[in-house]
Design a protein around this ligand. Structure first.
Ligand code: NDP
Length: 246
């Protein structure tokens, strides 16, 4: 029997990250995932992974804390092994009109969605370089591909993640490390649950497939990109949005 792979997932306790944790566990990974505050959800998920016959370690780590992220990566390598797969799903929105967007809203989003990716990936990729293999998948958004009004901060952070993936793919491909970005459209998670019914209906009407996506559908794509079936795919951006017309 081949040794289990190891995956590191940021923002794994809820939503897309949670579905990614379960998909990667099902495809043979032991999992280290982090969350910011929701310990209860994290504990429930860790138990679900154990029930699938895989090891799971849930750790409270704020990805904006560079030192804490580095400690988490080091502890994962020591406890489970060097990650074969890294998925950055931790992300937030703080929407509002640009001209009145406070510095807090700008900084919170950039620090979580972009600095957080750097903080988690740098120590992980350093370890992957030594073992000369690995796959990084970072969660961007259609908002980062096309731009979205009232999301200037979020769109900037998610475009940044695309540049990050493309540049890093070129830098580390020769070491056997692949880096890709996934750009979901509207997915049913807590992040989209706060919308009014009117806003949801308007957005749904712009989706040719006529519905929001599920976290599981995004996780299926992430798990594919992490697998050897995607061995020749790197530096790419994958939209998963039901054909959303922007
Ligand atoms: P959710 O709000 O459902 O979950 C966010 C997750 O990120 C939670 O596990 C949360 O932990 C964690 N998190 C947030 N901030 C931090 C932090 N500073 N440090 C560590 N963990 C943190 O989000 P989604 O699942 O909807 O989104 C996941 C990713 O996909 C995000 O990057 C998002 O931008 C992107 N995306 C989502 C779309 C959607 O329609 N839902 C569309 C396009 C992209 P805790 O529970 O402890 O707060």
């Amino acid at each position: 029997m081949s040794a289990p792979k190891v995956a590191l997932v940021s923002g794994g306790s809820r939503g897309i990250g949670r579905a990614v944790v379960l998909s990667l566990a099902e495809s043979g990974h032991d999992i280290a995932f982090c969350y910011r505050s929701d310990e209860q959800s994290a504990d429930v998920l860790a138990k679900e992974v154990h029930d699938l016959g895989r090891r799971a370690v849930a750790t409270q780590v704020d990805v904006t804390d560079r030192e804490a992220a580095a400690e988490w990566v080091a502890a994962t390598a020591a406890g489970l092994g060097v990650p074969d797969t890294v998925v950055t799903s931790a992300g937030i929105t703080r929407d509002g009109a640009f001209v009145t967007m406070t510095e807090d809203r700008w900084t919170d989003v950039l620090r979580t969605n972009l600095d957080g990716v750097y903080n988690v990936c740098q120590p992980a990729v350093f370890l992957m370089l030594k073992q000369r293999r690995g796959s990084v998948v970072t969660l961007s958004s259609v908002s980062g591909v096309y731009g979205n009004p009232t999301q200037v901060n979020y769109s900037a952070s998610k475009s940044g993640v695309i540049g990050f993936a493309k540049a890093l793919a070129k830098e580390v491909g020769r070491f056997g490390i692949r880096v890709n970005a996934v750009a979901p459209g509207l997915i049913e998670t807590d992040m989209t649950a706060q919308m009014t019914d009117k806003a949801r209906e308007k957005l749904r009407a712009a989706i040719p497939l006529g519905r929001f996506g599920t976290a599981g559908e995004v996780a299926g794509l992430v798990a594919y990109l992490a697998s050897d079936r995607a061995a020749y795919i790197t530096g790419s951006v994958f939209e998963i949005d039901g054909g959303l017309v922007v």
